[in-house]
Structures are given as C-alpha cells and as structure tokens.
Design a protein around this ligand. Structure first.
Ligand code: NAP
Ligand code: GDD
Length: 349
C-alpha cells in the first residue's frame, strides 16, 4: 500500500517541491492550507501537483483543525513546514510567530502522543537558531544564540521535538535547514527580491533595487535538493537532528553582483540601501557544515551558488517577458501594489 504523507504548509516554497518529490516516490500526499480571500495555490500549479494532492484546511494556531487534518489523512509521515517564516516580520508579530512556529509544533507533537500512532515527524528547523554564531562553521554541536522572535519560536519547537522524542519515543527529527532558495521563493526574502527586481530592471519595469544589510552572509542552497534531505531523514532507523547546508557562504552583495551579471547590468547604477530595511537585530554570518548528513544519508548539494542565482534570474526574466506579452498565469508578482502598472495592462487586454 502507498505510504501517506501530510505536509503542513504545502502552499509554501518547500511544500510545493516536497509534494512533487513524494508523489514521484509513490506517496499519497495530503497538505494543509489556510483559507484566504484570494487563492494561493500558484506554487502547487507551478510544480504541477495541484490536481494530485489532497488539500485539508488547517491553521497551526488551531488545535481542532490540526487534529482533523491528522485524523483524516492518517499519515505515516508528517512534514511540519508551516510557519510564519519571515524573520523580519517576527519583530512586528512576535506573539503570533511564537504561536504558529513554536506552539504549533507542540500541538502536532501532542496530537501524535495522544493518538499513540507510529507517525514519523519532520520539523523544519533553522540555522537562525545559531543567531550570533558561537563557532564557524556551524554543526549539530554548535550552541544556539537566537537573534529574533522567529528564531526563539523555532528554538522552542526544536527542544520540544527532542523532549517528545526522548520522553515518549516519538520518531521526531529536526532538520537544521540553512537558507534554500528557488524560483518559488517568496518575494519577501532577499534572494527573490533581488532576482525579481533584476528582471524588472532589465525589462525597463523598475529603476532601482532598495536593500537593507548587504554585508550579511548566508549559506544559500537550492530548495528542491533540501526537500530530498527532509525525506531521507525520516527513512533512518533512528530519529536525530541534522544540519542541511552547502558548506559555502556568500554575502547579500555577492548575490546582487552575481544576479546583475546575468543580465549584463552594473549594480552600482541601480542598487541603494535604506536603513529602514535593516532589522532591529540581524544574523551576520551563517555557514553550515553538512558532513553528518552527507556521511549518514549520502545527501549532498549539487547546484552551486552561481547556478542558483542563474536559475532564479532566468525564471524571473521569463515570467516578466511572458507577462509583458499579455499572458496571465499563476504567479505571485502581479499581486503586489507597486506593480499596479502591470495590473492595468492586464485589465486592458
Ligand atoms: P514559506 O514559503 O513561507 O511557506 C510557509 C508555509 O506555511 C506556507 O504554506 C504558509 O501558508 C504556511 N503557514 C503560515 N502560517 C500558517 C498558519 N498559521 N497555519 C498554517 N499554515 C501556515 O516557507 P518555506 O521557505 O517553504 O519554508 C518551509 C519551512 O522551513 C518553514 O517552517 C521555514 O520556517 C523553514 N525554513 C525555511 C528555510 C528556507 O531557507 N526556505 C530555512 C530554514 C527553515 P500561506 O501560503 O497561506 O502563507
Ligand atoms: N528580506 C530581506 N529584504 N532581507 C534583506 C534585505 C531586504 O531588502 N536587505 C538585506 N537583507 C538581509 C537580511 O537582513 C538578512 O541578513 C539576509 O538579507 C537574508 O534575509 P532573508 O532572505 O529575509 O532570509 P533570512 O536569512 O532572514 O531567513 C531565511 O532563512 C532562515 C534560515 O537561515 C528564512 O527562510 C527563514 O525562514 C529561515 O529560517
């Protein structure tokens, strides 16, 4: 019989790629989504899985809907990807972030404990736990020093995963995920903000890119490869916590330069910084050591930094070219207020 997986946050970047990966492996895939006033299924359409997954409405803040989702799907594996995932927003909504990212995970653990079922649980934990880094590169043994309400909420989830594993024998794994990007990345995040802006600048739709802290360094990988590691972690004999990273770090400025080089433009003509975009407290350097994941499960990153930037710039240029030709297709950009010119163009056609 096909294995069953439940993905919380299936409408997000990782959710869409993981759904595709698991369907290709023969799983029956269920996913939770939040009801909203406008549909938010463009990533599931982009990965061509929308018609193949079973969607269940649920909110991480609502125990009843989570219980319903888990009962209805009766999964062998749960991938807990749902989160208020934007670090910057966690400074504006610290309590909500804690409720969704921290207590939300505890709700799932409690449901598994009460149902007494053999459900394996993967938690999308984060390199943000390292915050002000205590050593470089960061490994599974590096002490945590979180720098944002987001990271604190995820730290609570990390420890409850460990506690429920040790106290109740639940197969609970934390993937300590370093940043991973793709053309399906949300526009809030710096990589996609850059590639989307570079595409628009190249096509004459925008004339500047405004950024915050461009000296911050991140270990950026390619999202479709990171969802493979999520699955691998649940196929182990014993549950554990593993770092998932490339082992390379680059600054935001390097990302900017690489992105502009793909369209043969000089970033100095378009990029400026604005202090308003600098976070109350930032994480300056992340560099992960994925040795344990490589040695225990054979996972390794394949797409290089240069290739990743190229994939993202190419995808955004193609989207905007198609849009300028009058094509309307599911994708995130036109819903943004600063793109009203594009919205008007659609109305005319
Ligand atoms: P994402 O694109 O922002 O997706 C987040 C998902 O969570 C979306 O489906 C979102 O639904 C859902 N969600 C948000 N609030 C919710 C709530 N209250 N109840 C139910 N669902 C809710 O994030 P991602 O990049 O795919 O990341 C997946 C997970 O990995 C997140 O937990 C993130 O914190 C973690 N992580 C990501 C990275 C990375 O670099 N991408 C690195 C480390 C850890 P809507 O579509 O309705 O908003
Ligand atoms: N978003 C954003 N927008 N970030 C900017 C900007 C800007 O205009 N300018 C500079 N930055 C800097 C941020 O201050 C941060 O240092 C860095 O770019 C990366 O920011 P994000 O892309 O927003 O990602 P993040 O590293 O804060 O968080 C992501 O990775 C975490 C794992 O390390 C998210 O995916 C989190 O959910 C994830 O846990």
């Amino acid at each position: 019989m096909a294995k069953k997986a439940l993905i919380t946050g299936i409408t997000g970047q990782d959710g869409a790629y993981l759904a595709k990966f698991l369907l290709d492996k023969g799983y029956k895939v269920f996913g939770t989504f939040r009801r909203s006033s406008t549909p938010n299924f463009w990533r599931l359409q982009a990965t061509e899985v929308f018609e193949k997954v079973t969607l269940i409405p649920a909110d991480m803040a609502d125990m009843a809907s989570l219980l319903e989702a888990i009962t209805v799907s009766d999964p062998d594996e749960i991938y807990n990807l749902a989160a208020q995932s934007y670090v910057g927003a966690s400074f504006d909504q610290p309590l909500l972030t804690s409720e969704i990212d921290g207590s939300g995970t505890t709700r799932i653990l409690e449901i598994i404990r009460h149902l007494k079922k053999d459900i394996k649980l993967y938690q999308a934990s984060t390199s943000e736990l390292f915050g002000t880094v205590q050593e470089t590169p960061q490994t599974e043994k590096t002490p945590f020093m979180p720098n944002s309400p987001y990271a604190v909420a995820k730290l609570a989830a990390f420890h409850n995963m460990r506690i429920y594993r040790e106290a109740y024998n639940i197969f609970a794994c934390n993937g300590i995920l370093f940043n991973h990007e793709s053309p399906l990345r949300g526009l809030d995040f710096v990589t996609r903000k850059i590639t989307n802006s570079v595409a628009r600048i190249k096509l004459g739709l925008q004339n500047e890119l405004v950024l915050g802290n461009t000296s911050a360094k991140r270990d950026w990988g390619y999202a479709p490869e990171y969802v493979e590691a999520m699955w691998m972690m649940l196929q182990q004999d014993k549950p554990n916590d593993l770092v998932c990273a490339t082992g390379e770090t680059h600054s935001v400025l390097e990302f900017v330069n690489e992105a502009f080089s793909h369209v043969n433009l000089n970033p100095e003509d378009y990029v400026r910084t604005d202090e308003m975009l600098i976070r109350p407290k930032d994480v300056n350097l992340l560099l992960g050591d994925p040795t344990k994941l490589k040695e225990s499960l054979g996972w390794k990153p394949r797409v290089t930094f240069k290739e990743l930037v190229g994939i993202m710039v190419k995808a955004d240029v193609e989207r905007w070219e198609r849009c300028l030709k009058g094509e309307i297709f599911p994708w995130d950009a036109p819903s943004f207020p600063h793109n009203m010119d594009i919205v008007k163009r659609h109305k005319k056609s």
